[in-house]
Design a binder for this molecule. Structure first.
Ligand SMILES: Cc1ncc(COP(=O)(O)O)c(C=O)c1O
Length: 406
């Protein structure tokens, strides 16, 4: 059988498509499009390969799934069962992670805005680290930690210095002074880690190099002021696993390790916070052509409200009804949202024949699509979790209404 979209869990043979072991034709007989499907075995494989690659290079490596990439409870349970930690940005995610059973030692939490409630809940549940994007948050965290008679581990997010980045702290003389004074004054916080997340969909080794340079330069500045930090956290930013095959990931991991060795900085643990790499290529939409327009424009029954550009997925489109036909004719694909802006792809290589009712498969939609989806008033799709021959309905809009967390 031949792989589709480079995904070992999407295959075709004699015009038939198999989603893991489930024949595509059985699915479309049973379910109305659009549907969103997740492949449990792909998530597990992605986690294993990421872990293997980085465990080979680093003795003390830890991984925290960036839950915002996909916070469906059934997906989080898979991540949990693989023994991975989580990186969270807010209270709804913290409640969910604790409910699923993530031990607080596997939870790191932080973001550009830390509400009092979030800090309190984090400290109370004894999370591993709180990540700050602003040094002024140290005072707030210290006073809450003091109230609970605890010492809270802190990670500081450094501005990655990527062009125009507004997130994180630029450690200039003034900020160093403030940090040093805070570390002395605030007895209920302990600076343990430094984080720099560079970008998303990082395919180029140079992007990883720049991030390493940011971390090592900042660590050296901290050390020169007698501020010790144990752990370094490179954030996420890896593309979908089908876009970055294991060999390439190995090269990146090796280069990161070599560059760190060369920079001669001391650290205890290396952390990563992948989101997209674990989940991106585990998701796919099945939609259909609702109209064939002029100049090879086709209109689908999904659009940017549920498959948004903001998610920055490496979308791939297949005419599942004509899967064995060559996909080499330029076609433009519009979504269902009634605005000219709802364009899913322009001049995409697709089948010559375009027919209303053809089923379309859109791959690499597992990360950030639901997160960045909006409330445009169309019905939400059913969501299925497939593992081998098993098909599990994990979301039905008629029963569950919404997949938001609160
Ligand atoms: C601090 C941090 N860590 C991890 C991630 C996850 O990134 P990705 O899904 O690209 O791996 C993000 C994404 O924005 C982030 O800001």
């Amino acid at each position: 059988m031949k792989k589709i979209s480079g995904n070992p869990f999407l295959k075709k043979e004699n015009g038939q498509i198999f989603i893991d072991l489930v024949p595509f034709k059985n699915l479309i007989k049973k379910y109305k499009t659009p549907i969103l499907i997740f492949l449990e075995n792909r998530i597990r494989d992605n986690i294993k390969s990421f872990r293997n690659v980085f465990n080979t290079e680093f003795k003390r490596f830890k991984c925290f799934y960036s839950l915002k990439a996909n916070f469906l409870p059934e997906i989080c349970k898979i991540i949990y069962s693989e023994g991975i930690g989580v990186e969270l940005i807010g209270l709804p995610e913290l409640k969910l992670a604790l409910k699923i059973g993530f031990p607080p030692s596997r939870i790191i939490i932080g973001g550009p805005y830390l509400s009092k409630e979030l800090i309190e809940a984090s400290i109370k549940s004894k999370v591993r680290e709180i990540i700050i994007y602003d040094l002024n948050d140290l005072k707030k965290i210290n006073s809450i930690a003091q109230k609970f008679d605890q010492v809270q581990n802190i990670s500081i997010r450094i501005n990655s210095q990527k062009f125009k980045s507004k997130l994180g702290i630029v450690l200039n003389e003034h900020k160093i002074k403030q940090l040093k004074e805070s570390c002395i004054l605030y007895q209920n916080i302990k600076l343990t880690s430094i984080l720099s997340h560079y970008s998303t969909q990082m395919n180029d080794l140079n992007q990883y190099k720049r991030n390493i340079a940011t971390i090592s330069n900042n660590l050296k500045v901290l050390l020169s002021h007698n501020i010790n930090v144990e752990n370094i956290n490179f954030g996420g930013g890896f593309p979908e696993a089908t876009v970055m095959p294991q060999d390439q990931l190995k090269k990146i991991a090796k280069s990161i390790r070599i560059l760190l060795d060369e920079s001669e900085i001391n650290y205890r643990n290396v952390y990563f916070e992948p989101g997209r790499y674990f989940i991106g290529d585990s998701g796919l939409f099945i939609a259909k052509i609702v109209k064939v327009g002029e100049k090879r424009w086709i209109f689908l029954n999904i659009g940017n409200h549920i498959c948004p550009k903001f998610a920055k997925c490496s979308l791939r489109f297949y005419n599942a009804s004509l899967i064995d036909k060559p996909h080499k004719y330029k076609t433009s694909i519009a979504g269902i949202v009634p605005t000219d802006q709802d364009v899913l792809a322009k001049n995409y290589f697709f089948t010559e024949q375009l027919k209303q009712g053809n089923k379309i498969m859109i791959t690499n939609t597992g990360a950030y699509c639901l997160t960045f989806s909006n409330r445009f008033p169309y019905s939400l799709p059913k969501i299925l979790l497939i593992k081998g021959n098993d098909v599990n309905e994990i979301f039905d809009p008629e029963i569950n209404q919404d997949f938001s967390i609160n």
